[in-house]
Ligand binder design. Structure first.
Ligand code: SF4
Length: 329
């Protein structure tokens, strides 16, 4: 049974839908083979980036499939206890329905109270252990040493949903896309996983009739794409946010991102903690000093402790290079 589900996962080619894209079958195999009497499974339901809400949609609409995926994981790697690490908003909205769906299974609902970075996988382990939600140095990876130092298998909500589909032979190589911003039909759509940004916008009746740019893969960390780049696949967390060029205040947009990174980082390392704050300070004043920004971006990319800090420059650089410099703000 355990080997057959791992084979099915490997054959499906399913990759983690939390943004990292690690092959799911391989992760399960590593967790199963890891040595340890006690093992854990964690479902990451901490989704908290602006304009990304597909995991919340899946929990509301397909909770049974998600719980089934978690149960399969517990059975496969011989974990007695599972956790659902869930953001406060979803916890408040869905605690009762999740409890009902869990039934007698030993799955604990753990409410995330940490900042945004508290959704990073090692920070989740720290948080459940009762410590500050800060990322750990990797390796060791979770499948060797995760929660309480035990082998731990963590996938996010969307991944567990598709694991359940694969186990039932019903996987059709789809994924969930959040589409929002200046669009006619905002919402969450389940569509083929290989679609381009252009195809998703057309298929969902959301391709704008005006001049626009898009933020793809996350409502803060996502890269800005201009109309000529829409033949690229939808990356990261599967979100597309459309901005009407005429209506969008680019400084207000950058201020929103900068505030998110400034308040959402964990304060552990200087490049990210100070860098996010300095960017926030600058964009609030609506005057960009490109020399200072270049230095801040370099230091964030080269010396941040974790991926959140290293990724902060992406939205800013892409907006500045593709939109701001071309329109001479
Ligand atoms: S880069 Fe540093 S401060 Fe930023 S979230 Fe990661 S560990 Fe925390």
């Amino acid at each position: 049974m355990a080997n057959s589900i791992i084979k099915k996962l490997k054959d499906s080619g399913l990759k983690g839908r939390g943004g990292g894209g690690f092959p799911v079958g391989l992760k399960w195999e590593l967790a199963k083979k890891a040595k340890g009497k006690v093992k854990y499974v964690i479902c990451n339901a901490s989704e908290g980036e602006p304009n990304v809400f597909k995991d919340g949609y899946i929990l509301k609409n397909y909770l049974g499939e998600v719980i089934n995926g978690i149960s399969l994981a517990m059975e496969t790697i011989s974990a007695e206890t599972g956790y659902i690490y869930i953001n406060s908003k979803y916890f408040k909205e869905m605690e009762e329905s999740i409890k009902l769906a869990i039934g007698k299974r030993k799955i604990i609902i753990f409410e995330k109270k940490a900042r945004y970075i508290g959704g990073e996988e090692t920070a989740i382990c720290e948080s459940i252990e009762g410590k500050r939600a800060e990322p750990r140095k990797k390796p060791p990876f979770l499948t060797d040493s995760g929660l309480f130092g035990c082998p731990t298998l963590m996938n996010n909500v969307e991944t567990f949903y598709y694991i359940s589909k694969i186990a039932q032979g019903k996987y059709e190589k789809k994924r969930f896309y959040s589409v929002n911003g200046d669009v006619e039909n905002p919402g969450v759509y389940e569509l083929p996983e290989e679609m381009t940004i252009f195809e998703v916008l057309k298929k969902t009746g959301n391709y704008p009739s005006f001049d626009f740019f898009a933020q793809v893969g996350g409502g803060a960390s996502g890269e800005i794409m201009i109309m000529e780049e829409l033949n690229r696949p939808v990356s990261g967390a599967g979100s597309i946010t459309i901005f009407d060029r005429k209506k969008t205040n680019v400084f207000a947009l950058m201020e929103k991102w900068a505030e998110f990174f400034h308040l959402g980082n964990c304060d552990k390392c200087v490049p990210c903690r100070e860098g996010a704050y300095r960017i926030y300070e600058m964009v609030k004043k609506k005057k960009l000093d490109y020399d200072i920004l270049d230095e801040l971006f370099l230091s964030l990319k080269e010396s941040s402790f974790c991926a959140l800090g290293r990724g902060i420059p992406i939205p800013f650089i892409s907006l500045i290079e593709k939109v701001i410099k071309n329109e001479k703000y």
